[in-house]
Design a protein around this ligand. Structure first.
Ligand code: PLP
Length: 406
């Protein structure tokens, strides 16, 4: 962060653009302001830069370049995939999970209001769904399965390839195809993603979760899949997404994807080691703390811990005072404190879902940063417990069961 000595551990929220990305974008923020659809020389150069970026994004997920469509965000890609598949194909039934990002969850809820039937698969205590659950939920009128590849809150990596197989098997013996979409915003550039190995028809990505710019995303649409536009307009993106292209953003996303893939193995290994170290230290040093999400099928840079008896928001404020930026499991939306739907779906009771802390690593994260965190965290948790009525009650009753009732 701009401020000196600030330790940023909220990389699942957004990442810092890398210098190579900023530099690559600069030409299209300054001298080359051409509309890529025009005919003069600079427009040709802008168009060529978009094509190059398309190739780089495609390479990051093992697709063809002409299966990549640029959008205005990961959220737009998700809305487009889910709505347009449902509306453009036969079948009124959608299968998804209870732990999707709100861009997916609320799109499905909107479709429910419009008359669709949505099955929200439950997850186990590690936020995992199984291919068998999907298989059991398939109906004759199922048109779409929408399941995220990696969870943005607790980091759990879903068995997408296995689910892809289940859907392919079902499709082999039915007429109305089930389409398979995955929100891979947290996965691309962080763990291996190959659309053919996964067996997905559509896949959503975002620039700013992989050290690229905000306000640009992409949707992979497998060749042959019919998908009406979400944004009607000019003939951009081969008539599938109207709006003059965000040339600089698209170029930045291309560079970000290319570099993320080149560095992925090394970074993932380093992050997984840091992750396992931090989890072990926190669980050892702080009593009544527990890991959320899956212990091993987990994004390399994600740590999510519940500290019983306290509020996540308080932790965030005290960490911020120590120059540490983190995120809480509970999203404070318009003043009303709603506990995380992901943690609730894993079976955590209300109180515990409130006391969660998400720490997500970036390219710059070093062990020294985590040691600084470990220096202050036990004290912060202790302080908050001192002023927590739940903790006081626990000390008096001495029985954890009273607090874990759902
Ligand atoms: C951030 C995120 C999104 C939304 O992407 P934006 O580009 O911010 O709209 C969607 N899904 C997941 C899993 C995310 O982490």
């Amino acid at each position: 962060m701009a401020e000196n000595n600030f330790i940023y551990l909220d990389n699942a929220g957004t990442t810092q653009m890398r210098q190579e990305v900023v530099q690559g974008m600069m030409e299209f923020l300054t001298e080359n302001y051409a509309n890529p659809s025009s005919v003069y020389k600079s427009a040709g150069r802008a168009k060529q830069a978009i094509d190059e970026a398309r190739g780089k994004v495609a390479a990051a997920i093992g697709s063809r370049a002409n299966e990549i469509y640029f959008t205005g965000s990961g959220s737009e890609s998700i809305n487009w995939a889910v709505k347009a598949i449902a509306e453009g194909h036969a079948g009124k039934h959608i299968i998804t999970t209870a732990v999707e990002h709100h861009a997916s969850l609320y799109t499905c809820q909107a479709l429910e209001k419009a008359g669709y039937d949505v099955t929200y698969l439950g997850v186990d205590d590690r936020a995992m769904v199984t291919a068998q659950q999907v298989k059991d939920a398939i109906r004759p009128d199922t048109v779409l399965v929408s399941i995220m590849m990696a969870n943005n809150e607790v980091g759990t990596i879903m068995p997408i390839a296995e689910i892809g197989k289940v859907i392919a098997e079902a499709n082999a013996s039915r007429e109305n195809k089930i389409f398979f979409f995955t929100d891979a915003v947290q996965a691309v550039g962080h763990i291996p993603v190959d659309v053919n190995e996964l067996g997905v028809d559509l896949l959503a990505m975002s620039g700013h979760k992989v050290y690229g710019p905000k306000g640009v995303g992409a949707l992979y649409i497998r060749r042959g899949v019919k998908l009406n536009p979400l944004i009607h307009g000019g003939g951009q993106e081969r008539g599938r997404r109207g709006g003059t292209e965000n040339v600089a953003g698209i170029v930045g996303m291309g560079i970000a994807c290319e570099l993320a893939i080149a560095e992925m193995d090394e970074k993932a290994k380093k992050h997984a080691e840091l992750r396992d170290y931090l989890i072990k230290e926190i669980l050892e040093q702080i009593p009544h703390s527990r890991l959320n999400g899956h212990p091993s099928q987990r994004l390399p840079g994600n740590v999510n811990i519940t500290f019983e008896f306290i509020e996540g928001e308080g932790m965030l404020l005290l960490l911020n005072a120590q120059n540490i930026g983190a995120s809480s499991g509970s999203a404070c939306t318009s003043g009303s404190l709603e506990p995380s739907h992901v943690l609730m779906a894993t079976g955590l009771p209300h109180e515990m879902a409130h006391g969660s802390l998400r720490l997500t690593f970036g390219r710059e994260t070093e062990k020294a940063d985590l040691d600084k965190l470990l220096e202050v965290l036990p004290g912060i948790v202790g302080r908050l417990r001192q002023i927590s009525p739940l903790w006081e009650e626990f000390q008096r009753v001495g029985n954890i069961d009273a607090f874990t009732a759902k």
